[in-house]
Design a protein around this ligand. Structure first.
Ligand code: BT5
Length: 261
């Protein structure tokens, strides 16, 4: 039974000096937080280094071979984050991951709605879920740190997957990657609160989709068009084949043609 008592609390290591609870093993940090939200506070973080049944959007599996990934969930109370719409939390998390990767000399970019890529390969995924009764948001982050490129589970993902160690040809300390990620998450949240354009500007500077022709699947329909950026609400904007502007709140995007191809 994984209760808070079975976790190692690291006081001061969460967001804004809150507590980080480190579990030896959990099926899913997001799922655990959603089931135990009453014991958690704004800024607390739940982490495991052995996530056995992680998931992404629409219940897709999220693979994290043990002791090789940062897998954690951050608890956010939207009422305490004036100035940021909670629909933007996952974009802030993607920017925080992208920022630390660049700091580690890994040329990462963000891909709408919730991915971080290096080249065409996915290195991190973000999943934001809202606990209905409390309104708290559980912001899950999975980052591939030391996964060897030959790991079979990771070779079976639909998009190619990659890890920090595979790119940099060296291993990273999971703890220092995690601590830096939490620090940058706090920085991006503060910047988004003080400047309503922060997310859009940072996204534009690091956008994997810039200039490309796309196919988007959303709500059981498929559309092709030219990417026209992310708007100030966080929606993907597409110019369809008739020249009409279309905006999407959610969906799965594939690049048909890169800029310059
Ligand atoms: C995501 O979903 O990318 C969100 C992933 C969120 C994972 C975190 S880990 C901590 C927290 N606890 C959880 O249980 N979840 C969160 P989506 O956009 O639906 O992408 C899922 C797809 O990514 C899968 O269908 C695979 O093709 C691919 N995938 C799975 N594991 C991967 C990995 N380690 N690296 C790259 N791609 C992966």
């Amino acid at each position: 039974m994984n209760t808070l008592q079975t976790a190692k609390p690291e006081h001061g290591k969460g967001l804004w000096g809150q507590t980080l609870y480190l579990f030896r093993r959990l099926p899913s940090t997001n799922n655990w937080c959603l089931s135990n939200i009453e014991n958690l506070n704004h800024g607390d973080i739940v982490q495991t280094t052995d996530q056995t049944d992680g998931y992404g959007r629409f219940g897709r599996p999220w693979i994290s071979p043990k002791h090789t990934c940062v897998t954690l969930s951050v608890i956010l109370n939207p009422d305490k984050l004036a100035g940021i719409d909670s629909t933007r939390f996952s974009q802030i998390a993607a920017l925080a991951v992208q920022t630390i990767l660049v700091e580690f000399d890994i040329p990462a970019v963000v891909k709408w709605p919730n991915d971080v890529l290096v080249g065409k390969a996915k290195i991190a995924g973000i999943l934001s879920e809202t606990h209905e009764k409390s309104g708290y948001v559980v912001l899950g982050i999975g980052l591939n740190v030391n996964i060897p490129p030959t790991t079979t589970e990771i070779m079976q993902t639909t998009l190619p997957a990659v890890s920090m160690s595979a790119i940099a040809k060296k291993k990273f300390s999971l703890l220092s990657v995690r601590d830096r990620l939490i620090a940058r998450l706090s920085d991006h949240i503060a910047a988004a609160q003080s400047n309503s354009d922060h997310i859009a500007l940072e996204w534009k500077r690091n956008d994997a989709l810039a200039g490309s022709k796309l196919i988007i699947e959303s709500n059981n329909s498929v559309m092709i068009g030219k990417y026209a950026g992310m708007d100030s609400l966080g929606r993907l904007v597409l110019i369809d084949t008739t020249g009409q502007k279309r905006c999407f709140w959610s969906g799965d995007v594939s690049i048909l043609k890169h800029a310059g191809n």
